[in-house]
Design a binder for this molecule. Structure first.
Ligand SMILES: [Fe+2]
Ligand SMILES: [Fe+2]
Length: 343
């Protein structure tokens, strides 16, 4: 979400909270943003009675508004003139009055409640992609999900390479929404894994994308099962185990064509000895890319807090991977260690 404004500071209200949470990026209208976010929601908080501000906003929107971007105007002083100015500038929606604006922004805030309470290093491309991927209602819309997951994953890779995996882990571990947290953690560890192995940019993006999208099918599993604090019964386990095939099918249906990524989504719960699911594939029929995503997935699940378990340390999670050589490729596990743990 982008905010174009002519205000010096946003000091109060829900807008400030959105900015503090890193949900919304604020840009003075005279300074062009350095990022472009496809389909981003754009908020405009500009004094439309001021002609100079209105014309600068027009220029900013002309450059940075994607064809599908909704543009919402916050009209603090709503009158016939400001309303027609906003319409002329292409408003998709108008919010007016402090109360009305704050109420609408609170709804946006609730939607983004997975985010932490201070500035996030998670890039907006990634936030938008994860929101779209894990929100089942948005899947009805026709969308380019290959582009969406690629953009989200590339931004993860860039952030991990710039800031380091430990910074990334620390950041995403504070998320409230555990499924979002998990997808970002698997994507981040996958990015670090590919980087430490000296993969080409293309292969790093592929691995990160697979990690980013691997659990998308969980968006279609009831939250009361995913967040259940006690042991799952047999029917619930069977329900959760549908998520790899659901993810595979829905991504394919929505334009994801990369067979390597689709294979990881479908097979990330397969294990070397054939005891995994959904197909019970064994090690020799599993590509390395799938085995790598599985390692990142299991490691991440162990170090995360869940409703039903406490987190373990990175060392303990690594020990679990080495203790279970019947399930995980040990050469890859050793390589993974070098990307995550200090030597
Ligand atoms: Fe999974
Ligand atoms: Fe997972």
């Amino acid at each position: 979400m982008l905010l174009f404004t002519d205000r010096e500071l946003v000091q109060e209200g829900e807008l400030k909270r959105l900015i503090m949470r890193g949900v919304c990026r604020m840009f003075p209208i005279h300074a062009a943003p350095t990022i472009k976010v496809k389909n981003a929601l754009i908020l405009c908080d500009v004094d439309l009675e001021n002609l100079a501000s209105a014309s600068m906003l027009r220029l900013a929107l002309a450059v940075h508004r994607a064809p599908d971007s909704p543009v919402v105007f916050l009209l603090r002083d709503r009158n016939h003139h400001t309303e027609s100015q906003a319409r002329a500038l292409g408003a998709s929606d108008l919010l007016s009055g402090e109360e009305g604006i704050n109420a609408a922004l609170r709804q946006l805030m609730a939607k983004f409640s997975f985010l932490k309470t201070h500035q996030s290093c998670v890039p907006p491309e990634t936030q938008l992609a994860i929101e779209d991927l894990l929100e089942p209602n948005t899947w009805n819309a026709a969308g380019n999900y290959q582009g969406l997951i690629d953009a989200g994953a590339q931004a993860v890779l860039d952030a991990v390479e710039a800031e380091g995996i430990h910074h990334w882990m620390e950041e995403v571990m504070s998320y409230d929404n555990l499924t979002y947290q998990h997808c970002l953690l698997v994507a981040g560890t996958a990015a670090a894994f590919g980087s430490s192995l000296g993969f080409s940019r293309e292969d790093k993006v592929l691995l990160t994308t697979a990690g980013f999208a691997h659990d998308v099918g969980k968006a279609f599993i009831p939250l009361e099962i995913l967040n259940k604090e006690t042991a799952l019964d047999a029917a619930e386990i069977a329900n959760v185990r549908r998520h790899p095939m659901i993810g595979y099918a829905i991504l394919k249906e929505h334009g994801v064509q990369n067979t390597d990524v689709l294979g990881c989504v479908r097979s990330h719960h397969e294990l070397l000895d054939g005891s995994g699911y959904p197909a019970g594939l064994t090690g020799n029929s599993l590509p390395d890319l799938v085995k790598m995503v599985t390692i990142c997935d299991v490691f991440s699940a162990l170090v995360e807090r869940r409703t039903y378990k406490q987190p373990v340390t990175s060392e303990a999670a690594y020990d679990y991977l080495t203790d279970n050589e019947q399930w995980f490729d040990q050469a890859l596990v050793r390589a993974f260690r070098r990307s995550i743990l200090p030597t």
